[in-house]
Design a protein around this ligand. Structure first.
Ligand code: DAH
Length: 326
């Protein structure tokens, strides 16, 4: 009987081909070819339908046995394949996926650079509170209530006596209250001002404060210190100038500009001066015996000049496209 032969032939080619099908894709192709709706087994059933009625019972039985056998063989092969799928389908020589690396925020990079420059000339790093009382943020720094200098810094009040510090100069007072001279510290941290937000000012920014108090410090030493800082930070040939200025907590006071050759203009980077004798006496120091100098600068401003960043808000938006560049 030709159907009989076909069944045998199908069995043989089924087993042969199944043993060659290894990957899930190969097995799926195999399934479609033999067991699919238009596959070889299905066409056998079509032939069976054409048989004369008297032959149907015998072949019907055989075909059903065949169908079960083939399906079981296929299921077995599939099961084995699933068990070993990782060893069959995985190419261990492929390079792994690389996880995206984070990077250090540009402000943090600049801050640690500033710290290490000052540490290299004997400054220690100090910390102070971000929420402080009016006394430490203003009064002790020779900025009494109703002093016009308070308008220089729009203040966020937490309550009538507590403010978000408007500058890191408050740390000067804490340092001097807690220890006797000599003092040689810097302090880095966040400060807050209630200013209209724009490309050049933000309600929050970072400052570095410096304070030296001893019996011998001088304006000349301050100039030398800040010149050293500018050269280390911006390069040996950076042009800088000291301009007379006013701060209630220093006398005399100055501001430092550096020449920005890209923009062809002077840019202010810090304020400084000899610590006002009133400030020294406010913390109980003998202002006949001790003198000092102080300085304060905005870290964002330093970073903006150094990296050519035009908008201060970029530091606070956490946009990966910006951060990835550092
Ligand atoms: N506190 C000042 C400000 O935020 C900056 C400053 C100027 C700090 C002169 C100082 C200084 O220590 O001596 O604008």
């Amino acid at each position: 009987m030709s159907l009989n032969k076909t069944i045998k032939g199908l069995k043989t080619s089924f087993s042969k081909e199944l043993s060659k099908s290894k990957t899930s894709q190969e097995l799926e192709n195999f399934r479609i070819k033999y067991l699919g709706r238009n596959g070889k087994l299905a066409s056998l059933f079509e032939e069976f339908n054409k048989l004369p009625a008297n032959e149907k019972p015998r072949f019907g039985k055989e075909l059903n046995i065949l169908k079960n056998q083939l399906t079981n063989l296929y299921q077995d092969a599939l099961g084995n394949n699933n068990e070993n799928s990782s060893s069959n389908d995985t190419d261990f020589s492929l390079p792994g996926y690389s996880l995206p690396n984070g990077s250090i925020h540009p402000l943090e990079q600049i801050t640690s650079e500033i710290k290490s420059i000052f540490q290299s000339i004997g400054f220690s790093v100090a910390y102070g509170p971000e929420i402080d009382d009016d006394y430490h943020n203003f009064e002790a720094l020779n900025v009494p209530k109703h002093h016009p200098a308070r308008d220089m810094q729009d203040t966020f009040f937490v309550n009538p006596n507590a403010v978000l510090r408007t500058h890191t100069s408050n740390v000067q007072i804490h340092l001097m209250e807690n220890q006797d001279p000599p003092l040689r510290h810097i302090c880095c941290g966040r400060v807050f001002r209630n200013e209209a937000v724009s490309y050049k000012s933000f309600c929050l920014f970072n400052q570095v404060e410096g304070l030296v108090v001893n019996e011998t410090s001088s304006f000349a030493e301050m100039k030398g210190t800040l010149e050293y800082f500018v050269r280390e930070m911006f390069g040996k040939d950076t042009k800088m100038r000291f301009r007379p200025s006013y701060f209630p907590f220093t006398e005399p006071s100055a501001e430092v500009d550096i020449w920005n050759s890209k923009l062809d203009q002077w840019m202010e980077i810090l304020g400084c001066g000899m610590v006002n004798p009133n400030v020294l006496s406010n913390v109980g120091y003998d202002n006949k015996k001790y003198q000092g100098f102080a300085f304060g600068m905005g870290i964002e401003r330093i970073a903006m000049i150094k990296y050519g960043i035009k908008d201060i808000r970029l530091f606070y938006q956490n946009d990966k496209r910006f951060l990835e560049q550092f």
